[in-house]
Design a protein around this ligand. Structure first.
Ligand SMILES: Cc1cc2nc3c(=O)[nH]c(=O)nc-3n(C[C@H](O)[C@H](O)[C@H](O)COP(=O)(O)OP(=O)(O)OC[C@H]3O[C@@H](n4cnc5c(N)ncnc54)[C@H](O)[C@@H]3O)c2cc1C
Ligand SMILES: *[C@@H]1O[C@H](CO)[C@@H](O)[C@H](O)[C@H]1NC(C)=O
Ligand SMILES: *[C@@H]1O[C@H](CO)[C@@H](O)[C@H](O)[C@H]1NC(C)=O
Ligand SMILES: *[C@@H]1O[C@H](CO)[C@@H](O)[C@H](O)[C@H]1NC(C)=O
Ligand SMILES: *[C@@H]1O[C@H](CO)[C@@H](O)[C@H](O)[C@H]1NC(C)=O
Ligand SMILES: *[C@@H]1O[C@H](CO)[C@@H](O)[C@H](O)[C@H]1NC(C)=O
Length: 542
């Protein structure tokens, strides 16, 4: 087995070499890297390494950068994009990066909110391992499980699952271009989480390439690492090449609705009621709230509260459920549409009905803009009398959006320590703040970023404290960063680490200390290795 992997590695080193020779890269670091990759002289293809001199470099790099804030002339760019076609390409890239002290960034769907999958703020050479070509999806009929390679998008996964059976689905996020690599690594929320938990809760096996270039599965990686990669955040422990997931039952027809009320139309009191019931209604009902400025009938700017919902059942059952639990909403049958589960994916993408689901297989249709985000969790309903002030802060932004995702149901049942994702019982909903702008000017950047900082500051009294919980899939570097590779201390990282992982942060750092003690998988907010020497000293790090 070991020998087999070695042989494959050599073969692929060789392939990499070939590609590089033809690229005429002159950067000395890049030359070294390519030389390392070229220890085996078997030339087959030039299709998977792209240096900055390659004509396709820019289009590949940019194709999965949805946030233009990380695609400016001053954004640090990787020396090369490596697009592995086989697992052994990944092994080679890891071993050579390690040997030459290159940083490696792993990219699946590229939706990282700080761009960490394709850029780096450290003054060192880095390459991007872009998994887009490793995206096969194998559904194991009869077992309701699937192996999905991490270069696949959620849209592709949903598409192929629904092709297999109208009664199968997968509980994960709503944006079809998000990659399963990063998404599942950080947890993965979506319309079915109250019923089935996070995407990561439904992972039953995985294949990962570790810092030593070994390919491990659940059995060979052990339960600690398998625990850590489910919710511990992407990029920390190795390159996940595939997940094995449990598929879940969905009825043949589900029902969606999207109902908006401005503040003048009673949006505030509806929102207030929502805070009490959304996490505690039938787990077949998922009611997301989207709050943003909008124009009222007379053209005045106001706040709109949108209830954007999916129900795992038909419209009659939905009406019954809402009439019981949330009669104030005034939902009517005409507000609702029944459709197949797979069609809801497109519905929530742009709130239209009737598009062909084939677009889910298109990977490059990401709408782009400049943006910044932060997130919080809410443990107690925000007092109704405070809402007006919060709307006022929202109106100070250009195009701000607050997305609130109710928890409860299965999310409250799963033990905080079952996987690395920690925020379960006691957390009512997640609150995602997003601000966007359209132009590349210092003024717009400052305005957007300052609005976000102020909003986050203002919200302090209303959100979870100790820790001020944050969802790692909405990564936020303003919470703190590792200074540099030689100075990554567990203590320094504890401040932001506990915001993402609560009490699970310590175990994550200990797993890191075992599987990647040299901190090869290092980035601005990577989990620091905690190497145990003396338990008694309290912190226990050396
Ligand atoms: C428009 C939009 C909508 C979103 N909607 C939702 C939603 O509904 N629910 C939700 O939970 N989240 C949502 N997110 C957040 C999203 O889940 C995270 O940004 C997620 O990390 C993106 O994964 P990715 O593979 O696309 O990103 P990438 O940028 O490729 O990766 C994100 C991080 O994971 C690492 N990584 C990527 N692939 C691998 C791998 N194979 N092995 C190890 N590490 C890897 C990267 O290095 C990086 O650190 C949304 C984000 C955006 C921009
Ligand atoms: C080179 O490639 C050929 C054709 O794929 C293969 O038969 C041969 O074993 C390879 N040699 C090495 C050293 O990997
Ligand atoms: C690109 O190629 C040109 C000419 O071969 C060379 O001068 C330049 O340094 C190269 N740049 C990089 C980034 O490799
Ligand atoms: C949820 O609903 C049940 C009964 O419907 C009620 O007893 C309980 O207090 C509610 N929980 C919360 C957190 O509102
Ligand atoms: C809209 O704004 C104008 C000007 O500020 C104001 O006179 C008017 O009353 C507003 N209309 C509504 C419906 O609030
Ligand atoms: C969660 O799991 C831990 C470890 O198994 C256990 O000690 C704890 O009691 C569990 N918590 C709950 C609420 O069940």
């Amino acid at each position: 087995m070991e020998l087999n992997i070695m042989a494959k590695t050599l073969l692929h080193l060789f392939v990499l070499l070939t590609a590089l020779i033809s690229l005429a890269v002159s950067d000395p670091l890049s030359d070294n890297f390519l030389q390392c990759l070229s220890n085996n002289p078997n030339i087959t293809t030039t299709d998977f390494v792209f240096s900055q001199n390659d004509t396709e470099y820019s289009s590949i790099l940019e194709s999965t950068i949805p946030n233009l804030r990380f695609s400016t002339p001053t954004t640090p760019k990787p020396l090369a994009l490596i697009i592995p076609l086989t697992y052994s390409h990944i092994q080679s890239a890891i071993l050579c990066s390690k040997q030459l002290k290159f940083q490696i960034r792993i990219r699946s769907g590229g939706h990282d909110s700080e761009g960490l999958s394709y850029t780096s703020s450290y003054e060192s050479s880095f390459v991007v391992l872009d998994l887009r070509e490793l995206r096969s999806i194998t559904i194991e009929s009869g077992q309701n499980t699937a192996w999905v390679e991490t270069g696949a998008t959620l849209g592709e996964l949903y598409y192929w699952v629904s092709k297999e059976s109208q009664n199968l689905g997968f509980p994960a996020g709503i944006c079809p271009t998000v990659g399963v690599g990063g998404h599942i690594s950080g947890g993965g929320y979506g319309n079915m989480m109250r019923k089935y938990g996070l995407a990561a809760d439904n992972v039953i096996d995985a294949r990962i390439v570790d810092a030593n270039g070994r390919i491990l599965d659940r059995n060979s990686m052990g339960e600690d690492l398998f625990w850590a990669i489910r919710g511990g955040g992407g990029g920390n422990f190795g390159v996940v090449v595939a997940w094995k997931v449990n598929l879940v039952y969905v009825p043949e027809k589900v029902t969606v609705f999207s109902l908006s009320k401005t503040i003048e139309e009673g949006g505030s009191s509806l929102f207030n009621k929502w805070q009490y019931i959304s996490h505690n209604v039938s787990r077949d009902l998922f009611m997301r709230v989207i709050i943003k400025p909008a124009l009222d009938e007379s053209g005045n700017r106001t706040i709109e509260v949108k209830f954007s919902s999916m129900f795992l059942g038909n419209v009659d059952k939905l009406m019954e459920t809402v009439t019981d639990g949330f009669p104030e909403l005034g939902l009517q049958e005409k507000d609702c549409s029944e459709m197949r589960w797979i069609e809801t994916v497109l519905y929530f993408d742009d709130y239209t009905v009737g598009r062909s689901i084939d677009v889910l297989k298109e990977r490059n249709s990401v709408p782009k803009s400049y943006g910044i985000g932060k997130s919080d969790y809410v443990k107690e309903p925000i007092p109704e009398e405070k809402l007006e002030e919060i709307w006022k802060w929202c109106l100070e932004g250009d195009m701000p959006v607050l997305v609130l995702e109710p928890l409860g149901g299965k999310m409250h049942e799963i033990n905080d320590t079952r996987i690395a994702y920690p925020f379960r019982k006691g957390y009512l909903y997640n609150l995602h703040y997003v601000e966007k702008w359209e132009d590349y000017s210092t003024e717009s950047f400052e305005k957007g970023i300052n609005w976000m900082r102020k909003m986050y500051e203002n919200m302090t009294p209303y959100v979870a404290k100790n820790p001020r919980a944050t969802y790692v899939n909405y990564r936020d570097l303003e919470l703190g960063e590792n200074d540099n590779l030689d100075d990554t201390s567990y203590l320094n990282a504890m401040n932001w680490g506990s915001k993402y992982f609560g009490d699970n942060f310590r175990r994550l750092a200990m797993v890191k200390g075992v599987v990647d003690p040299d901190n090869f998988f290092f980035f601005e907010q990577s989990i620091p290795p905690l190497i145990m020497c003396e338990e008694k000293s309290g912190i226990g790090s050396c």
